[in-house]
Design a protein around this ligand. Structure first.
Ligand SMILES: [Mg+2]
Length: 218
């Protein structure tokens, strides 16, 4: 059994974990992906949605599938899909700032998006200063979660052992590999009980309280 008092690193997913789904950021990224597929790669618009679903299932992200199956310039792809008016969608989040300040652990962003996108999101939320490291898709060598290699790479970069890590994500399937490695997992915004995660919180702001609870159990 993991000694949960020993949590030293918190690995945060970015999109729809650090801010709520309702902001619409991911919907816009989805629209940009669709546009990229039809405009830049010449995929018929009628085929885009089925192809995205298939790639998501098989490879973790659409980007990974396009990278493997099309002669695609990944830098161009990510620049295009992350080209968003973030300032109009997100706002500074003083409560998130407060919670992160109180969290006594190394904080790492672990995202399938680019580090550049992550940095922009954190800047708009005004919480960038709390993060010791951003592990984006470039650092993952373009192998996204839930591929086990992504977690191994993140651990290597954070110089952490799995049992010292708390893994936070809004998708259960991105938590499962971490859990198998021995990380403690927290689902954000999910159904109140989920067998795929060790803990479930409604929103990221509840992480401070959960962390205290985890550390006091033991
Ligand atoms: Mg997410």
């Amino acid at each position: 059994m993991t000694n949960r008092n020993s949590i030293k690193h918190v690995l945060f997913d970015l999109d729809e974990t650090m801010y709520p789904k309702e902001t619409g950021v991911m919907d816009l990224i989805g629209e940009r992906i669709n546009e990229y597929m039809s405009l830049r790669l010449g995929i018929h618009p009628d085929e885009v949605s089925a192809l995205r679903a298939a790639y998501y299932e098989r490879y973790g992200t659409t980007g990974r599938g396009l990278y493997l199956h099309y002669d695609m310039d990944v830098h161009d792809y990510f620049e295009f899909v992350h080209d968003l008016p973030l300032e109009g969608l997100l706002q500074p989040d003083p409560r998130l700032d407060e919670m992160l300040k109180s969290l006594n652990a190394e904080k790492v962003i672990f995202t399938n998006a680019t580090a550049d996108h992550a940095r922009r999101v954190l800047q708009v939320l005004q919480v960038e200063q709390h993060f010791d490291r951003i592990v984006g898709i470039e650092e993952l060598e373009y192998v996204p979660k839930p591929d086990i290699r992504a977690y191994q790479k993140a651990l290597e970069l954070a110089r952490g052992r799995p049992e010292e890590c708390l893994l936070i994500d809004d998708r259960v399937r991105n938590l499962e590999p971490g859990r198998r490695l021995g990380m403690t997992t927290v689902l954000v915004g999910g159904p109140a009980v989920d067998d795929g995660a060790d803990f479930v919180i409604e929103e990221i702001l509840q992480l401070g309280g959960l962390m205290n609870e985890i550390r006091s159990r033991h």
